[in-house]
Ligand binder design. Structure first.
Ligand code: UD1
Ligand code: CA
Length: 456
């Protein structure tokens, strides 16, 4: 039978070292709050519900943690008396009775389901407390795992550790799984007789051993347990997250010429045989279908790119940009909330916003959809197989029919019927010989000026 599991996320910290107006768990990694990554890993570890322990920014932290499918209930820790005390803020949830209680931190966004599943497995095998440990070259600041004859007997915090214990490089990652039936009885035994005067969750190990129970450590990679306390740590967590995500995409069939220069978001979806050139940024909400090419220096967000389309170099796709199969959006073009039909081309120096562009239509260089009158936004509709001459301004709301042609340099303020040509500019007039007359006059003026000033 499937074991039930409650996860308790500790996120009541002050985030002092982040020097921020908001809680550190709200700072983004891969474009979403780090706490949402933790909840995501919990979901993959098949847990049933989440008890969130909050302090500052409670409402915002709760919202960020609730973005996924998991049910989240929130508990406030009013005084910050340590990790053991924080877990007990969720006493009511633990008392509902679960087979497993998993304690995780809100500031470890690189955690994956692997160690969480392994910890739950160790509970299923009869352990009462399972600690997720890691080995590191620099254990300073971490709780050290004291192992005797293969059994975990205690966790010693840095401040309470002896010289000898401080040399131990096997550390507490902070995440812990507890036998749900015994959890409250064990947690209630935690005292605060230590260097910091705090209720340490880590004391559970010695408590379990004293109660003739079984404690064990499960080893996980150090990167998965990296905590975020400062902006510098946030940046290195982002770097690891990006590397991980790029690697997954390349393994799934995406080509990147210089992967270290490509930046992804948590929800970036990229199909097989897509080529991504150097220096491309994917904001949230981008899907790229198979075989598309994203040329260098492009910035995409909230955009859908269909199969075989090409983007950039130097293109900006904003939310609602929807590129049809085989379409092209080229250099120095911006597309916002607009459909570009299959095979249509928007190749140079153009803004297309709040618009529909039909299949195989060609938009000339420098075309602007004038979508904003200073108060409201309006829509431009362009049919299929149309041709918009360079440097045209399409003043919305306006429609241009199928197969229509707009003469270059036009300011189009009225609808253009199918197959019509629209001229929206002054007619050209040639004056034969007039250029020479003007040139002679200008040269005479220049000579007269020079004579008057003596050449100075
Ligand atoms: C903790 C562990 C340590 C481990 C390390 C791993 C304890 C006593 N120590 O130390 O063994 O090596 O994590 O990173 O558990 N929090 C609350 N309320 C509190 C105190 C903390 O919500 O009263 C939250 C914090 O916001 C944070 C987490 O608990 O998310 C950990 O607290 P922190 O003070 O950072 O623990 P460490 O000293 O790093
Ligand atoms: Ca910490």
């Amino acid at each position: 039978m499937k074991r039930t599991c409650l996860a308790v996320i500790l996120a009541a910290g002050e985030s002092t070292r982040m020097k921020s107006s908001k809680s550190k768990v709200l700072h983004p990694v891969g474009g979403r709050p780090m706490i949402a990554h933790v909840v995501d890993a919990l979901g993959r570890a098949q847990i049933d519900s989440v008890a969130l322990v909050v302090g500052r920014d409670a409402a915002a932290v709760e919202e960020a943690a609730s973005a996924g499918a998991l049910a989240v209930s929130s508990y406030t820790q009013t005084e910050r008396l340590g990790t053991g005390h924080a877990v007990l803020a969720a006493r009511e949830a633990i008392a509902r009775g679960y087979d497993d209680v998993l304690v995780v931190f809100g500031d470890t966004p690189l955690i994956t389901e692997g160690p969480l599943v392994a910890a739950r497995q160790a509970l299923a095998e009869g352990n009462d407390v399972v600690v997720i440990g890691f080995r590191t070259d620099d254990p300073t600041g971490y709780g050290r795992l004291i192992v005797r004859d293969g059994a975990l007997v205690a966790i010693r915090e840095q401040r309470d550790a002896s010289e000898e214990e401080r040399r131990i490089t096997y550390c507490n990652g902070g995440l812990m799984a507890i036998n749900g039936a015994k959890a409250l009885a064990l947690l209630d035994q935690i005292g605060n007789a230590n260097a910091k005067g705090e209720y340490y969750l880590t004391d559970l190990v010695e408590i379990v051993v004293a109660n003739s129970g079984k404690a064990i450590a499960v080893e996980a990679p150090e990167t998965e347990l990296t905590g975020c306390n400062t902006r510098a740590e946030l940046a290195s967590i982002e770097r690891i997250w990006q590397q991980r995500r790029r690697h997954e995409l390349m393994i799934s069939g995406v080509s990147m010429i210089a992967p270290e220069t490509v930046f992804l978001s948590y929800d970036t979806k990229i199909g097989q045989d897509v080529l991504i050139e150097p220096n491309v940024v994917f904001g949230p909400g981008v899907t790229v279908e198979s075989g598309a090419i994203i040329h260098a220096f492009s910035h995409l967000e909230g955009a859908y790119i269909s199969t075989g389309a090409t983007v950039g170099p130097y293109a900006r796709l904003r939310p609602g940009a929807n590129l049809g199969a085989g379409s092209k959006v080229g250099n120095f073009c911006e597309v916002k909330k607009a459909e570009i039909g299959a095979g249509a081309k928007v190749n140079h120096l153009t803004y297309i916003g709040d618009a529909f562009v039909g299949e195989k239509t060609n938009i000339g260089a420098g075309t602007i959809t004038c979508n904003y009158d200073g108060v409201n936004k309006h829509v431009t509709r362009i049919g299929a197989n149309a041709f918009i001459g360079s440097n045209s301004s399409l003043v919305a709301p306006v429609s241009i029919g199928d197969g229509a042609l707009v003469a270059s340099g036009s300011v189009v303020t009225e609808d253009v019927p199918d197959d019509a040509v629209a001229f929206g500019r002054a007619r050209q007039e040639n004056k034969p010989g007039r250029a020479k007359v003007l040139r002679d006059r200008y040269q005479a003026e220049k000579a007269a000026k020079k004579a008057k000033t003596g050449g100075h």
